[in-house]
Design a protein around this ligand. Sequence first.
Ligand SMILES: [Zn+2]
Length: 192
Amino acid sequence: MLMPQRVDKTDVERIVSELEGYENEIKQQFDICGMDYEKVFELTRANDGYVKESTVATVIPNDNFTGVERLYICSEIIADKVNSLFDRIYHEEAFLKIAEIYIKYTLVHELVHIKQIHDGRLTKEEKEQGEQIDYYDRWYEKEAIEIAKEIVEQEGNFERNVVQKINNVQGINNEDRQRLIEMFLDAEGKIT
Ligand SMILES: [Zn+2]
């Protein structure tokens, strides 16, 4: 059956909690296990000044950037992004796997920022300077994008292709959809 697949806020939050082991592995890899933060799914404190409507996730450091207070995972926005970027992937398991990869990619990106803060490289001054320039010109964003890509893409062919689609503003066509499903089935060792 060709059923359009979708994830919602609740699905995203469930996947994030299922990925707690993964999050801890990356924290170990980054040597930032001592960094504690509260994970928040709601944009309740938008007046922090960092959260914008299109933000998928963001890290809120403490006042002097010696630690991190909160990690926002904007589940509703993530669901919207996954649904629009990967529309018409008519395969439930493949679609859920794509959502998981999107969330992993987002998590690693934010953990890179936490590492930058942990190492004293991303300071209040650096952040304020960064906000004067374009997102893609900020060294800490370039680094987070690059490392998140590297870590998630190394998991496999399917993961690499999903990450490439996440970064491709043109979206996906029917050929891409078919190829992604085939790659997913291939990776799972399933026969169609
Ligand atoms: Zn970032």
